[in-house]
Design a protein around this ligand. Structure first.
Ligand SMILES: Nc1ncnc2c1ncn2[C@@H]1O[C@H](COP(=O)(O)OP(=O)(O)OP(=O)(O)O)[C@@H](O)[C@H]1O
Length: 270
């Protein structure tokens, strides 16, 4: 069952509408995220990107429409059940646990643990073997995100850029097939942005993950994404390759009417 779900599948977003009272945050939003792609969701402030992420992870329930992955309807599922299907996320505002880097990775891996807490309390042999396996697994993740020598440091004591790496490692620890990244370089220095951009690319190329990326940093988006979906006032105004998106009149108008400094441009930092 679990192996089946680890097979890459298309994430279908179909007619999703979310209303908050009189505000329609998402208005019949439809697009597909093809397996093995980096798919960016962009749009001016208030366009509905965070709301969409919260629907994809079942934190919010759509008023209408559906989200399907690997023959499963995600709408109405509990968030941990969505995670169990292999859909992991990082957070715009870092939400790390008050423990070490390794502890955060272990918590992310928790779903993978086979042995129960009673067996763990009794220190049964199978538990010790599993603990060793988990330790090896999180060492690999620490290596991958560049924190191998920081595993026993409290995550809260790390610089901001490294905390973002912990957040990414925690998501990877759940062994996902789809990774949802919510503004992964927000608040970072130019150097940190370039590092994280390279890490996202490796996540896609070396681990083969499907990545859904919400980000305001247009050079980063244009350099990484194969497909962009553009939201404006809760409506999809364009979906396509970055090159086509950059010259799409509706997209240019949406940005020029909103936040000119973040409008899609040709220059990529990646
Ligand atoms: N919990 C909520 N209650 C009421 N209105 C909300 C709620 N969450 C979002 N909204 C409204 O829905 C719309 C979309 O907001 P959302 O945060 O999804 O946009 P966004 O594209 O993520 O914006 P930003 O780029 O600034 O993060 C906005 O008008 C916002 O004010």
């Amino acid at each position: 069952m679990r192996e089946h779900l680890r097979q890459p599948s298309t994430l279908h977003v179909d007619g999703v509408t979310v209303r908050f009272g009189a505000v329609t945050a998402l208005n019949h939003v439809s697009f597909d995220v093809e397996p093995g792609t980096i798919h960016a969701v962009i749009g001016p402030n208030g366009a509905g990107k965070s709301t969409l992420f919260n629907v994809l992870t079942s934190v919010y329930r759509a008023s209408e429409g559906s989200v399907r992955y690997a023959d499963h309807e995600l709408t109405g599922m509990r968030p941990h059940a969505v995670a169990g299907l292999g859909i992991a996320r990082t957070f715009q505002n870092i939400e790390l646990s008050h423990t070490t880097v390794a502890g955060n990775f272990l918590l992310g891996r928790h779903q993978q643990m086979r042995q129960g807490t009673v067996a763990a309390a009794l220190r049964l042999p199978g538990v010790r073997r599993e603990e060793r396996e988990q330790r090896r697994a999180i060492e690999k993740i620490a290596e991958f995100v560049g924190l191998r020598d920081r595993m026993d440091v409290l995550a809260s004591e790390l610089p901001y850029g490294d905390q973002k790496r912990v957040d990414l490692g925690r998501a990877l620890a759940a062994d996902p097939s789809v990774l949802l990244l919510d503004e992964p370089v927000a608040g970072m220095t130019r150097h940190e942005r370039s590092d994280i951009s390279a890490l996202i690319r490796r996540t896609h190329e070396e681990l083969g993950l499907t990545v859904v990326l919400v980000e305001h940093d247009m050079p980063l988006v244009m350099g990484l994404a194969q497909v962009c979906t553009v939201l404006d006032f809760g409506t999809v105004i364009a979906t396509g390759e970055p090159r086509a998106i950059r010259s799409n009149p509706a997209v240019i108008e949406a940005y020029l009417g909103g936040v000119p400094t973040t409008a899609p441009t040709d220059k990529a930092t990646t």
